[in-house]
Design a protein. Structure first.
Ligand code: SF4
Ligand code: SF4
Length: 448
């Protein structure tokens, strides 16, 4: 038993080669290319993907999202969540085995480094059984030093998505960014050197609720007891049954025996399939561990389209439509209207009621040409509006006064809704505001 508390049984994973190991290596390579290269790519002088912490702006493939676009962040999070639900309901924990950073970094960096410095499973076990020695100590020290270096490089790569790759890697980033890099580095080092599979078993929420996302028709990695049992014995090799070699167990990074059935600890890495294939190939029999489903093992035909996959798929399609429509109708500028502090309304000497606001416009587009923004007010037919049109360069933000004056009359309501239209060649934004009056309108002449 692998325990977070109490005695920890260390897992000495044996290396393995095979079809799924190769597929996973290519996947890891692709993910590393994304991790390390994407923050360096620029589109119209903006990073292809960057969440700028200080300004709270998100750059995505040439578009800029600000705090006013929080709804998009919500849609992206919902999309990621339902994609995970959808894929899990069809193929189980594919994410864990092929794309989770914990798995990717352990498999791509940590286990190869461990094997390079300390040797494979049997050599490591033998050395550690012999107790403390100079050989053991220097190898552990060397391994942890490399782990620390790897943790630092990975943390810098991840932080590049928040602080800008050029600034960060040229060590021109801010103190906050490097403090976060230091925290991430220590967290990853702790994970690589000690925590490892315990993260999946005790901290990862996905591992906890994945049981609720799968059913008998979900394709998962399983031992095939119909062909494998009874295991062992003289005839097992000839019959194509499990020869009880234990290879599927010693390659497992979760330290479990897939032959015991579905277990929460399984991260669906498929190493046990490669292990059994390597054994059964030599005996000229098919593997006893494979991707399958409970339905298939019971002789039923698994269905791809079932109520749960239909619901998750429909949610995904809905989010794509809603998100797509919102992106389509989105304009690359922001406008806000705020009442001038301390003034609700004023009655001017000529008897007109005056409300004063501040209009702020931000040009989020990356186009080189400045953009002209025209402003008009709707909702107050007899209003006299004083506001200037604005021409803003890319990323420029400016605040100007907006004064609205309305002839005082007994008919005026205390609060009158109005709309401020900001129009440019990129589109139009409508900002809601209110015009305020008071009880004395029509009679009072003193300013407030
Ligand atoms: S049981 Fe197989 S698929 Fe599951 S974690 Fe172990 S080796 Fe990976
Ligand atoms: S690798 Fe295959 S044959 Fe060996 S113990 Fe596992 S299931 Fe049995």
């Amino acid at each position: 038993m692998v325990g977070f508390s109490g005695s920890r049984k260390w897992i000495y994973v044996q290396s393995i080669e095979g079809k799924f190991t190769t597929i996973r290596r290519w996947t890891f390579l692709a993910l590393h290319i994304v991790l390390f290269v994407l923050p360096w790519i620029r589109i119209n002088e903006d990073p292809a993907l960057l969440f700028e912490l200080q300004t709270r702006r998100l750059f995505v493939l040439g578009a800029v999202f600000t705090a006013a676009d929080t709804i998009f962040l919500l849609i992206i999070l919902l999309f990621a969540t339902f994609t995970l639900f959808f894929v899990t309901s069809l193929f189980g924990r594919l994410w864990c085995g092929y794309a989770c950073p914990q798995t990717v970094f352990l498999e791509a960096w940590i286990r190869p480094v461990e094997k390079w410095i300390e040797g494979d499973r049997s050599r490591r076990l033998r050395r550690e059984r012999m107790g403390i020695s100079f050989d053991l100590v220097w190898r552990k020290a060397a391994k942890w030093t490399v782990f620390l270096l790897v943790a630092f490089v990975l943390s810098m790569a991840m932080m590049s998505y928040f602080a800008g790759a050029r600034e960060l890697w040229s060590f021109n980033g801010g103190r906050v960014e490097y403090t976060l890099v230091a925290i991430f580095t220590l967290a990853w080092f702790f994970d690589f050197a000690w925590f490892r599979e315990q993260f999946c078993n005790y901290l990862c929420p996905y591992a906890r609720f994945q049981g609720a996302l799968t059913d008998d028709e979900t394709i998962q990695i399983s031992y095939l007891p119909d062909r494998g049992e009874p295991r062992g014995g003289k005839e097992a090799a000839a019959d194509g049954r499990c020869i009880d070699c234990g290879k599927c167990v010693v390659v497992c990074p979760a330290g479990i025996d897939i032959r015991d059935g579905f277990q929460l600890e399984c991260i669906a890495c498929a190493r046990c399939i490669d292990a059994c294939v390597s054994v059964m190939d030599k005996l000229e029999h098919p593997t006893l561990v494979d991707y399958t489903s409970v339905a298939a093992m019971e002789g039923r035909k698994p269905r791809l389209l079932r109520p749960r996959t239909f619901v998750y798929g429909a949610m995904l399609a809905g989010l794509i439509v809603v998100g797509g429509a919102m992106v389509w109708g989105r304009v690359p500028f922001e406008a806000t209207v705020n009442r001038a502090p301390g003034s609700l309304y004023t009655i001017d000497a000529d008897g007109l009621v005056r409300n004063t606001y501040f209009l702020k416009i931000t040009n989020n587009s990356s186009a080189e040409e400045p953009v002209l923004y025209r402003v008009r007010v709707d909702g107050l037919p007899e209003a006299e509006v004083v506001v200037q049109d604005l021409e803003l360069a890319s990323r420029e933000s400016r605040t100007v006064p907006l004064v609205i004056r309305v002839p005082a009359s007994d008919d005026l309501l205390r609060t009158i809704p109005l709309q401020v239209y900001v129009t440019s060649t990129d589109g139009e934004l409508i900002v809601d505001a209110t015009f305020k009056t008071g009880a004395e309108i029509g009679t009072a002449t003193t300013a407030r």
